[in-house]
Design a protein around this ligand. Structure first.
Ligand code: ADP
Ligand code: MG
Length: 254
């Protein structure tokens, strides 16, 4: 009979690109502490759903609530820095000149900006030291210590995914949304990503993960939400996916 406030509520969300109705009447909740898998065939709207929730794309209709507060009209940088929502990208792009640790440090949300840096103020130096310490610890956690001083653009596709996770974690999100974190990642690294995400979840972070790898999903997710052509067709435990008629239809093109 307890009434937990969901950490995320998506209400009748709609998004079209021109005449292409990519998301239609999408509603689902995420409870604090869950690890929700967001599944669906290619083109079903998964990345667009992450983009609209996190403010990278405008919403046409509907609502996004974070712990009851509407964030649907906020710009992406405010959703990240003020509301504590982290996200990673399906195809991370990295600046060519910055080193791995510099990219991670630049993702710190508490920065002292132009004047602090110009005046080399105490507060700016403290913030930089804190960002460096946090980046160092996260790079270690995500197995990037060895490449810390290389140009970020020199990383493999999988390592860029790991650095994307580090960058999202620099903002200390309460809700972290990951877009295909293991796609293109060496199989040996996948288990490490699963373990890292489990540890974050045990520390209290709520996760939404777009993923195709069923082994990864069964290992990690407490529940799965399935998109098919812009509609949510199922919300069930990973073990129930294979028996779900509408999930099979989505993947077999029924
Ligand atoms: P998924 O991540 O599930 O593979 P996407 O959300 O990337 O699906 O894409 C869903 C649909 O939206 C596709 O038809 C895609 O072409 C279209 N789409 C996505 N982003 C854009 C955009 N920025 N402009 C136009 N169409 C887009
Ligand atoms: Mg996608």
């Amino acid at each position: 009979t307890s009434t937990h406030q969901p950490i995320l509520q998506v209400r009748s969300l709609a998004k079209a690109f021109g005449g292409n109705k990519v998301l239609q009447d999408v509603s689902f909740d995420v409870q604090p502490g869950e690890i929700v898998g967001l599944l669906g065939p290619n083109g079903s709207g998964k990345s667009t759903l992450l983009n609209t929730i996190t403010g990278f794309e405008a919403i046409d209709a509907g609502q996004v609530l974070l712990q009851g507060k509407s964030i649907g009209a906020l710009p992406a940088h405010r959703i990240v820095s003020d509301e504590g929502v982290g996200r990673t990208f399906q195809l991370p792009s990295m600046p060519t000149k910055m080193s791995v640790i510099e990219v991670a440090m630049a993702a710190a949300t508490k920065q002292h900006g132009f004047w602090g840096t110009l005046l080399n103020s105490r507060a700016a130096r403290d913030a930089e030291a804190a960002a460096r310490a946090k980046a160092t610890a996260l790079l270690d956690e995500l197995l990037l210590t060895k490449v810390r001083d290389l140009p970020a653009s020199a990383l493999s596709g999988g390592q860029k995914k790991l650095l994307g996770i580090v960058c999202a974690l620099m903002g200390e999100p309460r809700l972290l949304m990951l877009d295909e974190p293991t796609a293109g990642v060496h199989p040996n690294l996948r288990n490490d990503i699963v373990s890292a995400l489990k540890r974050l979840n045990e520390q209290g972070m709520t996760l939404v993960v777009v993923e195709h790898d069923m082994h990864f999903i069964r290992e990690l997710c407490t529940r799965c939400v399935v998109l098919d052509r812009g509609h949510i067709v199922a919300s069930c435990a990973p073990a129930e996916l294979a028996q779900n008629e509408r999930v099979l239809q989505a993947y077999l093109g029924g």
